[in-house]
Write a protein that binds this ligand. Structure first.
Ligand code: NAP
Length: 487
């Protein structure tokens, strides 16, 4: 293991460098990184240009050969060393996540633990990239042949990531890419680039060969097109909002596309459910990371017999949420990523209230902070009824039965994950079959994920799946080999 590089003392050293093919690089033009809590500048990163991206792509052309030729045991060793490095510096990683983003220190520590897990699973999956033999003689005239397919790396991957999980969502692209022998260029969200740079340090320290990984900091609007349109990029792996995702997919052209997009996830609570459990889980799912979570609970459909009791208990639990300083161990919820985002959330809530929704708690903004908010009677004409709020606001709706709950759950453009609370197995299975989503959690909220499971959405929530093994499938292609022989 070698030293990580230029940025390690993040909290003392504010001028961060970006990582271009194994080198730490500065630029005169810089981007300020703010702590959204008080808007103070905690660091600067280089503002990369299209020229920087072109250079990273040129170097990645060599990097992809190096990556593909790395024996699997070396890939495993590098990944495990990177995981060890993060573990050793876990508190620095957590503090960085908590300072540049919205997460509280407790939420940030969980993300660091998950990132370590993601990279260790990547190391394990590297040894399981298998093919199969093919019985060619299934077709008349195709006798006397023997062969197989194996999976080979796709080449250079462009990874574009969002602000809300600034470390682990980057690891979900970098880990599988290295495990499967690809080169990768990461463009992290401009508001939260620091965690991705620390991840680059971990791989640098782990002696990942230069040119296999770059982390380029810069505005998507300035460098995005150069990155996604270059024909040398064979896959664009994007996680972010649906609008940017559509634009990227349109511009990328003929290359593989992975799209992990947004949602406004539903949870169904039936009258036989364990209410204590359902309340605890849905409140946490609604307000995790100040509601800025692709799996976050936005809509709860509750059987009408238990609607009043559930709502009362949900609001009581929400009122106990401690909102404040992210680095305080007691804090449950921090600010939104920017004041602008908090103002947008405020406007959406005000619009809903103006159209007849009832505010049961929350609804107040202070700078970038927005209180955990519960709405009922939200009319279908309100924006929050259909669109993704991506903030700490949840809408509770009474429903007559499971059928109505499923119909309403499906009646949006998104379909990432859903939850259902019930002890009635046939009803749980009916929900599993009929909910139009990438994952159904029974007796958990939509906000449940482990890093090794297939993860992704249907409809406007995405294309393809992440979750290491599944990401590796997307990042590799099968090559068929057939030997013909004379008997
Ligand atoms: P965003 O605004 O869509 O940005 C995501 C990334 O795309 C950023 O790095 C951004 O760069 C970049 N970008 C924007 N426009 C681009 C363009 N034209 N070309 C290339 N890159 C471009 O999303 P966000 O606000 O960071 O994240 C929130 C969204 O992500 C929510 O909708 C959430 O549901 C979704 N999300 C989905 C998942 C999932 O796994 N399904 C996970 C987490 C989040 P800049 O920062 O420089 O603009």
């Amino acid at each position: 293991m070698r030293e990580g590089g230029a940025n390690m003392m993040l909290l003392e050293k504010k001028k961060m460098k970006m990582y271009v093919a194994g080198e730490w690089v500065e630029r005169d033009r810089e981007i300020d990184v703010h702590d959204p809590q008080d808007n103070s500048v905690i660091a600067t990163v280089p503002a990369a240009t299209a020229e920087d991206v072109k250079r990273a792509i040129e170097l990645a052309k060599e990097g992809k050969e190096i990556a593909a030729n790395m024996p699997v045991h070396e890939r495993i060793a590098v990944l495990n060393r990177a995981a060890d490095y993060i573990q050793e510096h876990a508190e620095l990683f957590a503090t960085t996540i908590a300072r540049e983003g919205s997460k509280t220190i407790r939420e940030a520590r969980k993300e660091v633990r998950r990132c370590i897990e993601t990279i260790r699973i990547s190391a394990e999956e590297a040894r399981r990239i298998n093919g199969e033999t093919i019985p060619f003689d299934q077709m008349p005239g195709s006798e006397n042949r023997i062969g197989y397919y194996y999976r080979f790396p796709i080449g250079i991957i462009a990874a574009i990531t969002p602000f809300n999980d600034p470390l682990n969502l980057v690891a979900h692209k970098v880990g599988p890419a290295i495990a499967s022998g690809n080169a990768i260029i990461v463009k992290p969200a401009t508001v939260t680039p620091l965690s991705a740079l620390l991840l680059a340090e971990a791989f640098h320290a782990a002696e990942l060969p230069a040119k296999v990984l770059s982390v380029i900091t810069g505005y998507g609007s300035e460098i995005g097109d150069t990155l996604v349109t270059d024909p040398a990029i064979r896959m664009v792996s994007f996680t972010g909002g649906v609008e940017a995702g559509k634009e990227v997919a349109q511009k990328a052209g003929l290359k593989k596309i992975g799209m992990e997009l947004g949602s406004n996830s539903p949870v169904i609570v039936l009258k036989d459910a364990d209410l204590t459990d359902a309340v605890e889980s849905t409140v946490s799912g609604a307000f995790w990371a100040a509601g800025q979570n692709c799996l976050g609970v936005q809509r709860v459909y509750i059987e009408k017999d238990i609607f009043d009791t559930f709502t009362e208990r949900f609001v009581a639990r929400t009122r106990k949420y401690v909102v404040g300083d992210k680095l305080n161990e007691q804090t449950d919820m921090g600010p939104l990523i920017t004041e602008k985002e908090a103002i947008r959330v405020e406007q959406w809530v005000n619009e809903a209230v103006g159209k007849g929704a009832k505010l049961l708690c929350g609804g107040k903004r202070n700078g970038a902070f927005y209180e955990p908010t519960v709405l009922i009677d939200v009319p279908a004409s309100a924006r929050i009824y259909r669109e993704e709020i991506f903030g700490p606001v949840v809408c509770l709706y009474p429903v007559t039965d499971l059928e109505e709950a499923i119909q309403k759950s499906n009646d949006v453009q998104y379909g990432l994950q859903a939850g259902i609370f019930t002890n009635d197995l046939p009803k749980a299975f009916a929900a599993v079959l009929k909910l139009d989503v990438g994952g159904v959690m029974v007796n958990d909220s939509s906000d449940y994920r482990i890093d090794g499971m297939p993860f992704g959405g249907v409809k406007q929530s995405g294309l393809g799946r992440e979750g290491i093994r599944f990401a590796i499938q997307e990042m590799t292609e099968p090559k068929v080999v057939c030997f013909r022989f004379n008997k």
